[in-house]
Design a protein around this ligand. Structure first.
Ligand code: ADE
Length: 232
């Protein structure tokens, strides 16, 4: 899989790719993550990438004649047709189901919006879908782009350790509800003990306890996830 992020600030994101899961995805799971900077596609001697919005208003807008060539250049990096995602608080809200669909694709280009946004014509010309990572507004699309990269790559085979699959996570394939609590050493801390079932070595009891905890947590915190699934 090739995942490309088109951004004004590649240097803001490059460090995230060199650690932990994203590093492993690139080294061992055949995921190529590539940052495409917008600056080289800027216009004029100053390589300008943005301009004032027509009609007035605050902030700056990324130029269509900068963004479109950058995305088209990224498209040529890999022969498989690219799915283009545009980060935007006005987009379709990301969820785990959509992440699973995206993780099955060969080629994704994520365009990180910035300032007040991107000239509307860029998406009309290139196509693709606007994605929101939640109902709140960030200063730019770089963090949403990396949220997408992380949420998608961890679902690729070989990225997570064998002992703990993505299928068992909250919103995963199994159950579709929240995970229960986790504990590690020490067994007792400030009089608070780890639930004894986890120390029992009885795997079936442990699995049942965890499922019950997850279900209880879901009822308490996110009953909407159970709607239509279980008689909660
Ligand atoms: N850019 C700013 N806020 C955003 C959000 N919530 N989702 C995606 N892109 C954004």
């Amino acid at each position: 899989m090739v995942l490309q992020v088109v951004t004004l600030f590649p240097e803001m994101l490059s460090g995230l790719l060199d650690h932990s899961m994203l590093k492993r995805a690139q080294e061992r799971a055949g995921v190529e993550i590539r940052l495409v900077g917008l600056r080289p596609f800027g216009v004029g001697t100053h390589r300008t990438t943005d301009d004032y919005p027509f009609g007035g208003g605050p902030g700056m807008v990324l130029r269509v004649d900068v963004v479109v060539p950058a995305v088209e250049w990224a498209m040529m990096h890999h022969q498989a047709p690219a799915t283009v995602l545009w980060t935007s608080p006005q987009g379709r809200r990301l969820d785990q189901h959509w992440c699973r669909e995206l993780a099955s694709l060969d080629h994704i280009i994520i365009v990180a919006g910035h300032y007040e946004g991107i000239d509307e014509r860029a998406r009309e010309i290139v196509g693709g879908t606007e994605v929101s990572i939640g109902d709140y507004v960030l200063t730019g699309g770089e963090l949403p782009a990396m949220v997408l990269v992380d949420a998608i790559t961890r679902l690729r085979p070989g990225v997570l350790g064998a002992e703990r699959g993505a299928a068992e996570d909250s919103f995963g394939e199994i159950g579709g509800y929240l995970e229960g609590p986790q504990y590690t050493r020490p067994e007792v801390y400030r009089l608070k003990a780890v639930p004894s079932v986890l120390l029992s070595g009885h795997h079936q009891n442990i699995r049942q306890w965890r499922e019950a905890q997850g279900l209880e947590r879901t009822k308490q915190r996110r009953p909407d996830l159970l709607d239509g699934q279980i008689d909660a």
